[in-house]
Design a protein. Structure first.
Length: 365
């Protein structure tokens, strides 16, 4: 076995013996040619470090005479009881406050019940370094594991990086490719989209507007797939639908509704991928002088608290957000108790249901 060269002085002063600073974990990583997370796992005798890689790290430790900082080790041991929930939204759109609040509440209660702390971390979709920042949370010892919400839960590249790092992670409403890699919690979005479409079709509607969510949000796309399946079964073509893409915000609901309702063949029913856009649609329609639901049926998705208090109360799908978040934390804790980095992929479904209210009526024409 060839030996690594002994380290040279790291800091020197002219005219005196060079003073040495204490080597850091980054120095060890650089000398061994590995990442700092690999050094940490090797020194803590964790899984997912090959014998060859562990030997490289130990040889670098010996060459540098590296000593673990006790305070840093104590800090790392404290963060072993810390979980992190990561939310991600567009920089240009206001966050879906009900969705994020419900996720945080469900995750917080489950974490507390299991004896863990929960931190929340927010990112923007547009951030080029967002995946790096997620990975660094674990690599720096700031968390024992992660809960990822959409759209990060559809990021296959991020999922693979977390697996390579040995970072325990559970996804909420994942993309299909991610649920094949990481443990995931969701509900049957396609079936829910189908169910609410059937409800509107049964009222007699044949001309529809559909407000899509942000691009790359797999859960929202599955809702649209279910809607289109229901239309096909009813013998209606894609021409019966005017579909426009929003960003889940109230404002986008207002803007898209005004566009949909301005034409001569305006829809008699508008189906929205979430409740915020549905409430925006109702605001725009009433501002244009339409009576709801006589002139326009509107339905949403999520069952946000506001949907039961506006007029008319909004027909929607109850999305079990708190239950999904709580179960995600429970799965994460189960993963941690089984051992570092041992993750069982697969999608676990939580039940949803239709909430019929007064925003649906037969069309006038």
């Amino acid at each position: 076995m060839s030996s690594l060269p002994k380290s040279s002085p790291l800091i020197g002063a002219p005219g005196s013996e060079p003073a040495r600073r204490a080597p850091t974990i980054d120095d060890v990583a650089a000398l061994a040619g590995v990442g700092r997370a690999t050094v940490s796992r090797a020194l803590n005798d964790q899984a997912h470090v090959s014998p060859r890689m562990r030997e490289k790290v130990l040889r670098a430790v010996e060459a540098l005479d590296y000593r673990v900082n006790p305070q840093a080790r104590n800090l790392a041991s404290r963060t072993s009881k810390t979980l992190t929930l990561i939310n991600c939204n567009s920089r240009d759109a206001p966050p879906n406050s009900h969705y994020f609040a419900a996720i945080e509440m469900g995750a917080l209660r489950a974490a507390a019940a299991a004896g863990f702390e929960l931190l929340t971390y927010s990112l923007h979709i547009e951030d080029e370094d967002r995946d790096d920042r997620v990975v660094e949370l674990f690599a720096a010892g700031r968390t024992a594991g992660l809960v990822l919400s959409p759209p990060l839960s559809a990021d296959v590249a991020l999922a693979r990086r977390l697996i390579a790092q040995g970072c325990p992670a559970v996804c909420i409403s994942p993309g299909d490719d991610v649920s094949a890699l990481l443990p995931s919690i969701g509900f049957d979005e396609e079936a829910a989209g189908y169910e609410i479409a059937r409800h509107v079709i049964a009222a007699g509607h044949r001309r529809f507007g559909y407000m899509l969510g942000i691009e790359g949000h797999p859960a929202a796309e599955r809702r649209h797939d279910g809607f289109m399946r229901a239309l096909a079964e009813a013998g209606l073509s894609a021409d019966a639908v005017t579909a426009l893409r929003g960003d889940f915000s109230f404002k986008s609901g207002v803007d898209l509704a005004e566009e949909m309702l301005a034409g001569p063949q305006r829809p008699t029913a508008i189906v929205c991928a979430n409740d915020d856009m549905a409430v925006g649609t109702m605001f725009a329609a009433q501002r244009m002088g339409l009576a709801l639901p006589a002139d326009l049926t509107v339905v949403g998705f999520d069952d946000a608290p506001v949907t039961g208090y506006i007029w008319p109360p909004l027909t929607t799908i109850h999305q079990p957000i708190r239950q999904m978040a709580a179960r995600a934390v429970e799965r994460l804790v189960e993963t941690l108790l089984r051992g570092h980095g041992v993750m069982t992929p697969g999608l676990e479904l939580v039940a949803h249901h239709l909430v019929p209210r007064d925003s649906v009526a037969p069309p006038r024409n």
